[in-house]
Design a protein around this ligand. Structure first.
Ligand SMILES: Cc1ncc(COP(=O)(O)O)c(C=O)c1O
Length: 366
């Protein structure tokens, strides 16, 4: 049996460290904000190469708070790709604004600048490129469009921790970067957690206050805000993982290279390889119009796979109110039918990758 993710394998070598951190946190009795959170924020900002990082409760809140910090709300439009995890759209709806869906680029499956250009109106306040699977969106083109139209760029870098676009780190390119540390991400909390990055001191200050129930001085609340803080305990677990990120991502990339060499001649589409784009290989996603039978075949061989995602946003029942027609965005509609995520995590062995590749090949009688 080859699992799709193997979180126990990731955490086993760190379990003793976590236990010590837990005991230290309990002894200190400091659970909210404080040194644990600020130490993590400092280290995370250094990792992403931004001036500021603010720990938050999860990736969905990171997006929602970022939109609020930019005063985006009712009457405003935010352009997003039609193929992403639902939180990208829900965050926009949760602040009362309207998500404007756009079809994706057929090669990278990320936001297509040509479609963004067409979707801009007088109400557009921001765009949210998503670095899907860890593959950076075309940030030069997207930032140029945003700059020309005076609109903000919020990067949904939830899946892209450690990805780089040309000389820049994902999450440091737009006005704001949003991260998730959902357990299966490239570093993961033992629960929920997230972070926001920015180089803008005014935005950083606003976000810091907003996530702390609108307060930066005890019992004085200067603005409306929720409780979207990162737990001190989670911050300490994340900080313990951070030094391993580079090696973990390198292992993922080596696994991706091996998969690619073993599957290259098959009638499937492999993840894109673009000069200047370095994916953190959060997911290794192949595309095939035989997705369902191939998934079944792999399951029969004891290989777990995932589908990210089986529905384009415009086909989601919860977004029907936006008024898009079924199948309106052909590229994302097709992607939702074809994508299949193979097992991908640093702890995978070469033997396991060969086993997966052999099973995929056997489906195609090769
Ligand atoms: C692209 C994307 N955006 C947003 C999120 C939301 O993050 P969270 O699950 O931490 O709320 C996720 C991950 O789950 C994601 O993959």
């Amino acid at each position: 049996m080859i699992p799709f993710v193997d979180l126990p394998a990731r955490h086993r070598p760190l379990a003793r460290t976590y236990a010590q951190l837990f005991l230290q946190t309990v002894s200190a009795g400091s659970f909210i904000l404080g040194k644990r959170v600020s130490d993590f924020e400092t280290a995370f900002a250094r990792t992403i190469k931004t001036r500021f990082a603010i720990g938050v409760s999860n990736g969905t809140d990171a997006l929602t708070v970022s939109l609020r910090a930019l005063s985006i709300g009712p009457g405003d439009e935010v352009i997003i790709p039609d193929f992403t995890f639902i939180s990208t759209a829900f965050a926009v709806l949760l602040v009362g604004a309207t998500p404007v869906l756009t079809d994706i680029d057929p090669h990278t499956l990320t936001m297509d600048p040509r479609n963004v250009k067409r979707a801009i109106t007088r109400r557009t306040k921001a765009i949210i490129p998503v670095h899907l699977y860890g593959v950076p969106a075309d940030m030069d083109s997207l930032c140029a469009i945003a700059f020309r139209h005076h609109i903000a760029v919020i990067e949904d870098a939830a899946q892209a921790l450690g990805s780089t676009y040309k000389t820049k780190t994902a999450g440091s390119i737009g006005d704001i970067g949003c991260f998730s540390f959902y357990p299966s991400k490239n570093i993961g909390a033992l629960g929920d957690a997230g972070a926001i990055t920015t180089n803008n001191p005014a935005i950083a200050r606003r976000i810091r206050t907003m996530i702390n129930i609108g307060s930066d001085k005890k019992y004085l609340h200067t603005m409306l805000g929720g409780n979207n803080r990162l737990d001190a305990l989670q911050a300490s677990f994340l900080l313990a993982q951070l030094p391993r990120l580079r090696a973990w991502n390198a292992a993922r990339r080596a696994h991706a290279a091996l998969y690619t060499s073993l599957l290259r001649d098959l009638p499937i589409t492999l993840p894109p390889s673009i000069s200047g784009y370095i994916s953190n290989m959060h997911l290794f996603v192949i595309r095939t119009n035989k997705r369902t039978p191939l998934k079944k075949h792999l399951a029969k061989h004891g290989i777990e796979t995932g589908i990210h995602y089986p529905y384009a946003l415009h086909d989601q029942p919860s977004l029907a109110g936006l008024g898009y027609a079924p199948g309106q965005f052909p590229v994302s509609h097709q992607a939702a039918r074809e994508v299949l995520s193979l097992p991908m995590y640093p702890e995978l062995t070469k033997l396991q990758i060969h086993t997966v590749a052999r099973a995929v090949r056997s489906y195609f009688h090769l």
